[in-house]
Design a protein around this ligand. Structure first.
Ligand code: FAS
Ligand code: PHB
Length: 400
């Protein structure tokens, strides 16, 4: 792990706030382009790596990770998935992603592993990543000489002057909060339920993912590897993890799945159990002076479409391109168009994530009309190759 030596680095080119996938990948791409940066992460590395989050990578994400030099273990251990199943009324509809998307697939490889690989690459490259960076504050981002202050146990109070700040500090971070409210427009939809997720050291119920609609609520069967399964059930926002024993969880999961699939469920002690709320959220613009937001700092999607992590990578594609053009060609065109470029793709992913969430979850307050609309949505999907193609194109990831 590379700490900033006490005697140096009161100045760098880009300060990256946040050591999650967005911040780490951006730092690595900038370093590979010879651009100096430092990553400030509030938590310990162990804490960051203990969070269980995304599991599905779009082809654009895996391509960018390979180009950053962190694709080797992913290609060794990741699982290429060519399709997925949607379960409804006890039957399943198979979506052939490869055939419908013109050859594209997705990779099942956990966000935790991606983060591990990025940290290892940054360590090897000697890029400074400061953990337990407390009280990070941005200053003068509207001017030409921004700086960031913070403190750590090791270094005490610090000030780093820079050219740009990348706000990769997630939904609850400090960077978006630095932008004056009158300069920001936000868009939000909060869903009236959460996802209870469980990790269990058992083989998955089947090779491909299963997204299940049921009158009792949504369920999802996923995995991390052939010996590690990841399951979710839709739950009430009032639920707490302690309300759900492993037995109650697996009983409910089995009820919500078609019998043919539930018969293959291998139960075991959960090694992680957590509840995540669901929301759609976008903050516009994603730039404020010399501050650029990327990833969850700028937008959130319900995890139904497996877009969260992939959108963070998408933003990093646009932001790294822009910063490299600035330093290599003295061309600020991509910096000036960053917010527009990134948001064009963000909103398409927001739409898909909202559509898929709306179709497949149980909405208590939507009444009988809402339920009939969901039935019609599924029946149209089941009967239309065009509808299935649209789902596949969005699921594998739209072009950058
Ligand atoms: P992250 O939140 O991952 O990283 C931001 C980092 O900034 C964190 O490490 C945080 O500690 C740090 N930070 C925050 N404030 C700071 C400050 N003031 N100073 C310094 N550092 C600060 N996506 C999917 O595709 N599928 C899923 O199943 C899925 N499940 C999820 C479950 C949960 C509980 C959550 C919260 C998200 C889930 N997501 C899922 C979305 C998730 O994967 C995000 O999209 C992804 O982590 C985005 O990466 P970042 O933008 O890097 O933000
Ligand atoms: C996961 O494996 O955690 C996962 C997969 C697909 C999703 C959401 C989460 O849509």
């Amino acid at each position: 792990m590379n700490e900033i030596p006490l005697q140096s680095a009161n100045r760098t080119q880009v300060v990256v706030v946040g050591g999650g996938p967005a911040g780490l990948l951006l730092a690595l791409l900038l370093h590979r382009a010879g651009i100096e940066c430092v990553v400030l992460e509030r938590r310990t590395r162990d804490y960051v790596l203990s969070r269980i989050r995304a599991g599905v990578l779009e082809q654009g994400t895996t391509d960018l990770l390979r180009s950053a030099g962190v694709g080797a273990r992913m290609d060794r251990e990741g699982l290429v998935h060519e399709g997925l199943d949607i379960a409804w009324r006890g039957e399943t509809l198979h979506i052939d992603l490869r055939e419908l998307s013109g050859g594209k697939t997705v990779m099942v490889y956990g966000q935790t592993e991606v983060t591990h690989d990025l940290y290892d690459a940054l360590d090897e490259a000697g890029v400074p990543v400061l953990h337990e960076a407390e009280d990070v504050r941005l200053h003068d981002v509207e001017g030409d000489a921004p700086f960031v202050t913070f403190r750590t146990m090791a270094t005490g109070e610090r000030r780093i002057e820079c050219d740009f700040v990348a706000g990769c500090d997630g939904f609850h971070g400090v960077c978006r909060a630095t932008i004056p409210a009158e300069k920001l427009e936000t868009f939000e939809r909060v869903y009236p339920f959460g996802w209870l997720g469980v990790l269990v050291r058992k083989p998955p119920i089947q090779e491909e993912l299963v997204y299940a609609h049921h009158s009792r609520g949504f369920a999802l069967c996923s995995l991390r590897n052939p010996q590690l399964s990841r399951y979710y059930v839709q739950c009430s926002l009032e639920d707490r993890v302690e309300d759900w024993s492993d037995e109650r969880f697996f009983d409910e999961l089995a009820i919500r799945l078609p019998d043919r699939i539930a018969a293959n469920l291998q139960r075991g002690p959960s090694i992680e159990k957590s509840i995540a709320p669901l929301r759609s959220f976008v903050a516009e613009p994603m730039r404020h002076g010399r501050l650029f937001l990327a990833g969850d700092a700028a937008h959130i999607v319900p995890p139904t479409g497996a877009k969260g992590l992939n959108l963070a990578v998408s933003d990093v594609h646009y932001l790294s391109r822009a910063l490299i053009a600035h330093y290599h060609e003295r061309d600020d065109g991509f910096l000036d168009s960053y917010s527009t470029d990134a948001l064009a793709r963000v909103w398409k992913a927001e739409r898909f994530s909202w559509w898929f969430t709306s179709m497949i979850h149980r909405f208590e307050d939507d009444g009988s009309f809402g339920q009939r609309i969901q039935e019609a949505e599924f029946d149209f999907l089941a009967s239309s190759k065009a509808a299935q193609t649209a789902l596949a194109e969005n699921y594998v990831g739209l072009p950058f």
